[in-house]
Design a protein around this ligand. Sequence first.
Ligand SMILES: Cc1cc2nc3c(=O)[nH]c(=O)nc-3n(C[C@H](O)[C@H](O)[C@H](O)COP(=O)(O)O)c2cc1C
Length: 183
Amino acid sequence: MNFVVGVTGSIAAYKACELVREFVKAGHEVRVVMTKSACEFVTPLTFRTLSKNPVAVTLFEQNAENWMPAHIELANFADAFVIAPCTANVLGKLAHGIADDALTATFLANKAPVLIAPSMNVNMWENSATQANVSLLEQRGINFIDPDSGDLACGVNAKGKLPAPSAIAAAAIAIAQKSKESK
Ligand SMILES: Cc1cc2nc3c(=O)[nH]c(=O)nc-3n(C[C@H](O)[C@H](O)[C@H](O)COP(=O)(O)O)c2cc1C
C-alpha cells in the first residue's frame, strides 16, 4: 500500500524516521511531506534516503519530472495519510481548512483515510483550543492515536509523547486495509 507521512515541527520529529522504516520494512511505498519547521528537527535528506522517494516541503518547487504540484500528486498517491508527529499549530490549521504549505494543502486535497498522532507539551495538549480542534477533526471522520504519558522533552512526566512508531504504523496499516476492503 501507499502511505504519505506528514512530519511537523515537533521535538518528536526524529521518531518519524523510524515510522517510515516500519512502513518500508513491511513492504509499503512511502512518500514524506514536511513542514518548514519540521526541517529544523530532521532533514528532508534523511526521509528521502529512508523512503527512497523525493520529499515535499514547499508548495512552489518546480519538479522537472512532474508537472503536477506535490500536494495533488501526494493526495492521489495515498492509501492513507499519517501525520506523525502533529503539532498543535498544524491541528489548528487542519481543523480550520488552512492550506498554506505542502502538508496542509495535501490534507485538504486528500480523500484517503487520515491518521493523526499529536505530540506536544502537556499544557498545549490540554489547551481548550487544541482539544476543540481535535474534536472538530474527529467529527469529520479523522482518526487519532492519542499521545502517550511519560517523560516529555520539556522536563515533566505527563501526556504528550508520540506513541511508538510501530504502534502508529500498525494503526495506519489497519485503517488503510479497512478502507480498501470497504471499496
Ligand atoms: C525545541 C522545540 C520543540 C517543539 N516541540 C513541539 C512539539 O512537540 N509539539 C508542538 O505542537 N510544537 C512544538 N514546538 C513548537 C512548534 O515548532 C511551532 O509551533 C511551529 O510553528 C510549528 O510549525 P508547524 O506546525 O508548521 O510544523 C517546538 C518548538 C521548539 C523550539
